[in-house]
Design a binder for this molecule. Sequence first.
Ligand SMILES: CC(C)(COP(=O)(O)OP(=O)(O)OC[C@H]1O[C@@H](n2cnc3c(N)ncnc32)[C@H](O)[C@@H]1OP(=O)(O)O)[C@@H](O)C(=O)NCCC(=O)NCCS
Length: 209
Amino acid sequence: MRGRQWKTRISVQESHQGRDQSGGGRRRVRVVCRRGRVIPQKRACYDLAVAVRIRDALLEDLPAVGLLAGRLVRLHHDFDPARWMLPDGIEAGYARYFASQLGRQGVIVLVAEDEDDHELLGYAYASLEERNWVELRDACGRLHDVFVIERARRKGLATALLRECLARLTSLGVALVVATAAWQNEQSRSLLTALGLRPTVVEMAKNLA
Ligand SMILES: CC(C)(COP(=O)(O)OP(=O)(O)OC[C@H]1O[C@@H](n2cnc3c(N)ncnc32)[C@H](O)[C@@H]1OP(=O)(O)O)[C@@H](O)C(=O)NCCC(=O)NCCS
């Protein structure tokens, strides 16, 4: 990846909920990314060296996805260790958890993959949530995780991953989508704002022991 010129082509491989992951029934949507902005196009440009594919995570991706999820957990723990837990074996735990979620109705686990060398550049995880009376929140879709490796950042990958999550949630009939960002995570809040999400809740914490 290093030394290669970055692409402006991102393709999104979409499979509808309930279908298997063997490729049956998939339709491909191309997205052209210009100067960090991702714009759906009927026809994409193909004169660049590298391309990224956004697709559903497969079982064989999960060890690598677990590593990225572990980095996300450690990032949050570093923000505020007294608020964000860091259990032992977080990477393997995440891989096991995602393995239990793949293919479930309303669960979306996507990866961004370098089309040339198949390196995993990032992932996103979203799911449906039921009405929650404690939160006074109706049934919704929740964007849980998004992580992009450093050298692939600011190319529109997280935007493409989350836009695909939003498209899937929309096709599932979701009327509301929510996401939580750590107070210190300005890049996350900026990304979510750029995607049209608005601030709604502020969590406060105090450690009593
Ligand atoms: C946050 C993160 C997912 C962004 O991934 P990315 O692929 O670089 O994001 P994009 O290129 O799609 O950026 C889209 C927009 O998000 C915002 N953004 C992204 N990174 C930013 C940063 N470091 N600082 C400020 N804004 C940022 C910008 O508005 C950006 O648009 P622009 O490039 O036109 O200015 C990535 O930096 C990351 O993995 N960080 C660590 C994990 C994390 O914080 N995840 C989110 C919380 S779950």
